[in-house]
Ligand binder design. Structure first.
Ligand code: ZN
Length: 510
């Protein structure tokens, strides 16, 4: 090994450990910390943030990267060392562009905004948040301006989450997807609703937890390298490749919330637990993009967890754990968990309408950043768009412009497109997995997931950040990202569920 590479690796491990320590403090803050710990915790997080930024941007790293350039060029693109140098160079260049004062200002503003939002949201008080959001917008613009040469001011913000993507590429993909989705949404809207009462029964938390844990163990989530705790807004986090944690929230009157959010977070965790162990302590030891990360969570939550095959095995297990369901026929349950209905809340939206929620947010981010929409008009613009897209009224901004934490705890720009990119990717990856291992659906109907997990490990997980999202998709599926597999999946599933057919087929048999 090149001697400089050894030094670089040791330094990168310090950066990694500072980041992981930050995550540990944040995990504790949202799970077990008593309210009295808040002030000191804020101080500790900001200290760690400063230290991490200093070590990430240390001049030594820049010098070593320069010295290693010739060595890097001599390496095979696919080699781990080449990947390490590529990703380190990219994140070093990104981090050094942003002045320390801006990072600190952002951090302080974000935590103040988040604090205010926790009170303003339940009160539906958008006016209280508007001035803070103005500042968030200003800081987000200033952050983006550290990366001149962009087409849209949103590009650097998008690139930070989904490397290689630009506003224009996302816009084009979303336009196609929206045009393809609307006929399905409208066709379903004309059909009778699915009965969802069976999901509203009171089921004990312990039964909900036992069942969810049984399922994610079978998925392959390793409790020796992870744990499940309660929180307010479910998330996954990790402190090393050997400690990848998930959280959930139990609702006494809705079994589907904890179950599907646990499957979702376990999907994120399977990705992180599957990264090659030798990447530990390096910038390669993370999922490669927001979109690919979300493709993993959505795949396990929806393509697996809401599928007929899955429930043909697991429904009797659920009934054994939750006797409340003894008299509910499997078909009623299956239709309930796959009910499509326009709704106000993104995280509770069904698979079909979910993407419209994401597109709305993505469009508003662009409108705000590019100056077409003023923050003070956001809540009203939101209400209008919900009326146009869903035919619903937002009576309280709590369920409108205040609903997502993202803009109130971070920046505006680049934070939502990954959710829909992930949905689109999940179908393309799943299709490729089943093509290469045709026994996957059959296995799933026996409650076994080893073939699927092995394929994902080999083609997605183990690479960590070594390859970009588009490289992962190309290599794993044999082509670039396309909406077709996703639309085929949605029609293939919801067509029979609602007795609807794609427009070009409707009437063909008349
Ligand atoms: Zn997710």
């Amino acid at each position: 090994m090149h001697p400089r590479l050894t030094e670089l690796r040791a330094r990168l491990r310090d950066v990694y450990d500072l980041d992981m320590t930050t995550s540990l403090l944040q995990w504790d803050q949202t799970t077990y910390m008593p309210p009295g710990g808040a002030e000191a915790r804020g101080r500790q997080l900001s200290l760690l943030g400063r230290l991490a930024h200093q070590s990430r941007t240390h001049a030594d790293i820049g010098r070593w990267l320069d010295e290693l350039r010739a060595h890097e060029q001599s390496l095979d693109y696919d080699s781990d060392d080449a990947g390490l140098l590529r990703v380190t160079r990219r994140s070093f260049e990104r981090a050094t562009r942003v002045p320390m004062e801006l990072v600190a200002e952002f951090q302080n503003h974000a935590s103040a905004t988040y604090q205010a939002w926790t009170e303003a949201r339940p009160a539906g008080d958008f006016a209280r948040m508007a001035p803070m959001l103005e500042k968030t917008l200003d800081l987000s613009r200033r952050w983006a301006e550290c990366f001149p040469g962009y087409e849209s001011i949103a590009d650097p913000l998008i690139d930070a989450q989904d490397f290689g993507m630009k506003a224009s590429t996302v816009k084009a993909l979303f336009a196609d997807l929206r045009a393809a989705l609307l006929p399905l949404v409208r066709a379903i809207a004309d059909r009778p609703r699915h009965e969802t009462d069976c999901l509203r029964m009171a089921v004990s938390e312990s039964a909900q937890q036992r069942f969810a844990v049984e399922v994610i163990r079978r998925f392959g989530y390793d409790f020796e390298r992870g744990r499940l705790d309660r929180t307010h807004h479910p998330f996954m986090t990790k402190f090393s490749l050997g400690d990848v944690r998930i959280t959930t929230k139990y609702r006494p009157d809705d079994v589907s919330f904890a179950l599907f959010s646990t499957l979702h977070e376990a999907g994120h965790a399977l990705y992180e637990q599957g990264i090659a162990a030798e990447y530990e302590g390096t910038p390669l030891a993370h999922g490669t993009s927001a979109g690919v990360h979300e493709s993993q969570s959505r795949l396990w939550e929806n393509l697996v967890g809401r599928s007929q095959g899955f429930w043909s095995f697991y429904y009797s297990r659920l009934q054994a754990e939750m006797p409340e369901y003894r008299d509910v026929p499997i078909d009623t349950f299956y239709r309930a968990i796959n009910s499509v209905e326009p709704s106000l809340i993104r995280i509770e939206a069904d698979e079909v309408t979910y993407n419209l929620h994401v597109m709305l947010r993505f469009d508003f981010e662009l409108d705000l950043l590019e100056g077409r929409l003023a923050v003070r008009d956001l809540a009203e613009a939101w209400r209008e768009r919900i009326r146009a897209d869903f035919g619903l009224e937002v009576d309280n901004d709590r369920d409108g412009a205040l609903q997502d934490v993202h803009w109130y705890g971070g920046n505006i720009g680049g934070v939502f497109q990954g959710y829909t990119l992930g949905n689109v990717m999940s179908a393309q990856l799943y299709q490729a997995a089943c093509r290469s291992r045709p026994s996957i659906p059959e296995q799933m109907a026996r409650g076994e997931f080893t073939q699927l997990l092995e394929w994902l490990r080999e083609h997605v997980h183990r690479h960590g950040s070594k390859f970009t999202a588009s490289e992962i998709i190309e290599r794993a599926t044999g082509g670039p990202l396309k909406i077709d597999p996703y639309m085929r999946y949605l029609w293939g599933k919801y067509g029979p569920l609602y007795g609807v057919r794609p427009p070009q087929l409707a009437g063909a048999s008349r």
